[in-house]
Design a protein around this ligand. Structure first.
Ligand SMILES: *Cc1c(COP(=O)(O)O)cnc(C)c1O
Length: 430
């Protein structure tokens, strides 16, 4: 496989952009190879600037649930752009978007649009703090909520892969307002509540964690979080930037039947354009400016291109698609289990819906951050490179989820499983 154009482009980019990329995970650092520069994508496939074609299991890190360059989406974006790309004034598209989100996610009664998942989570905790008049928040180690200062503490994938869980530039004063608990360990949460009585504004959680690899909530963990937050008059925030509109039309909260006070969205909600949102109970959302005292704003928030792109995708997400995603993902899951058994490699898989991680570990289960960090990253890097060379584009980190899109065909799944078996054999024998 020739990648000389990507190699050359990365060298050029490195001179002008920090690390050559505009988001760290794209640099392929943890898998020790040159990132692939993309020229175009359609359906299940992405193409690099050397003319190689790959089956895409990254889906732009989640958004492209229907695959790339959906015809209706492209038409809508083109048509809307003719009338201007931003007005800084309200449009009916924004009301339509709000209506659609509220319809799909019943715990959301009002919703505010922003421009990224990071903005959504930052704003959600400010709102929670303003509403409860308390300062502290609890997050879980290995959970990622974007790069807001309050969250860059035990923050999962990007930071985890690089072995730097905290970032310089986050002041100790900010860090001390973030308490860290262990995912799937309700006692670790209860301990913080008894130690910091009446001081905790909210618990923020990825209801299914995707940023330390996929880790599922166990033993009614989410229901227990709902209870303990209620008992202590603090809010429960579900960060569904990744899981929202992916695990079901109503996200993880529908799947696990737990209603949070505030939900954050991103990724799928923008159909591939830069969008985020946060919403929840009316009385909480009414605390936002210009109704209430908590300030939050955005020049491009509710942008007409982004709203129409997001609406186009959300309108297409019906049961048929979720059933199809479940079917495809399950075939992938069973095939991988089969391959693991046949090759005898030490690995396990966590999956829910179309999110899935193959962990290279001796452990029998991965339920939290300390489990996840037992993984063999050298083995993952070899696996990644083998798959890439054979036309499979995977997330370039052990601590990420595969995002299966509905554009992936059964033949492509068969091919993926065949290459996967060869890859596992190859790295196991090396
Ligand atoms: C991706 C992600 C974010 C950050 O969203 P950006 O749009 O990258 O800022 C926040 N939370 C979770 C759970 C995510 O997966």
């Amino acid at each position: 496989m020739k990648i000389s154009n990507s190699v050359k482009s990365f060298k050029e980019a490195e001179k002008l952009i920090p690390g050559g990329v505009n988001s760290p995970a794209r640099a392929f650092k943890s898998v020790e190879c040159n990132p692939i520069f993309i020229s175009k994508a359609k359906g299940s496939k992405i193409y690099d600037i050397d003319g190689n074609c790959y089956i895409d299991f990254v889906s732009s890190w989640g958004p492209m649930i229907l695959g790339h360059a959906d015809d209706d989406l492209i038409n809508i974006i083109s048509n809307v752009s003719v009338n201007g790309t931003s007005y800084g004034a309200p449009t009916t598209l924004e009301t339509k978007m709000a209506k659609k989100i509220i319809e799909m996610v019943p715990s959301v009664e009002k919703v505010r649009m922003v421009n990224s998942g990071t903005e959504a989570t930052m704003s959600a905790i400010r709102l929670a703090r303003g509403f409860t008049q308390k300062d502290l928040i609890i997050k879980f180690s290995g959970n990622y909520h974007g790069h807001g200062d309050s969250f860059l503490i035990s923050a999962g994938s990007g930071a985890m892969t690089l072995g730097k869980p905290d970032s310089p530039g986050v002041t100790s004063n900010i860090a001390k307002d973030t308490l860290v608990a262990e995912f799937n360990n309700i006692d670790s949460v209860k301990k913080l509540y008894s130690r910091f009585k009446n001081k905790i504004a909210a618990v923020i959680v990825e209801p299914v964690s995707g940023n330390m690899g996929v880790v599922l909530p166990k033993d009614n963990f989410l229901k227990k979080l709902r209870l303990v937050t209620q008992e202590n008059n603090s809010l429960l925030i579900f960060d569904e930037v990744m899981t929202g509109f992916r695990l079901s039309s109503g996200g993880a909260q529908q799947l696990y039947n737990v209603a949070p006070d505030i939900t954050t969205f991103g990724k799928i909600i923008g159909g591939g354009l830069p969008v985020g949102a946060y919403g929840g109970k009316k009385e909480i959302m009414n605390f936002l400016s210009p109704n209430g005292p908590v300030y939050q704003a955005g020049t491009l928030s509710g942008n007409p291109l982004a709203m129409s792109a997001g609406l186009c995708i959300l309108n297409k997400l019906d049961n048929k698609i979720y059933n199809s995603l479940e079917k495809k993902s399950n075939i992938i899951y069973e095939g991988l289990i089969n391959n693991i058994n046949e090759t005898g490699i030490n690995a396990i898989i966590n999956r829910v819906g179309s999110m899935l991680t193959l962990f290279f570990t001796n452990k029998k289960e991965i339920n939290n951050y300390s489990d996840a960090i037992t993984c063999n990253l050298k083995l993952f890097a070899k696996y990644f490179k083998y798959m890439l060379k054979n036309g499979i584009y995977l997330p370039p980190s052990q601590f990420e989820s595969l995002f299966i899109s509905d554009a992936i065909s059964f033949e492509e799944i068969e091919y993926f499983l065949e290459i996967n078996k060869k890859a596992l054999k190859h790295i196991n024998n090396e």
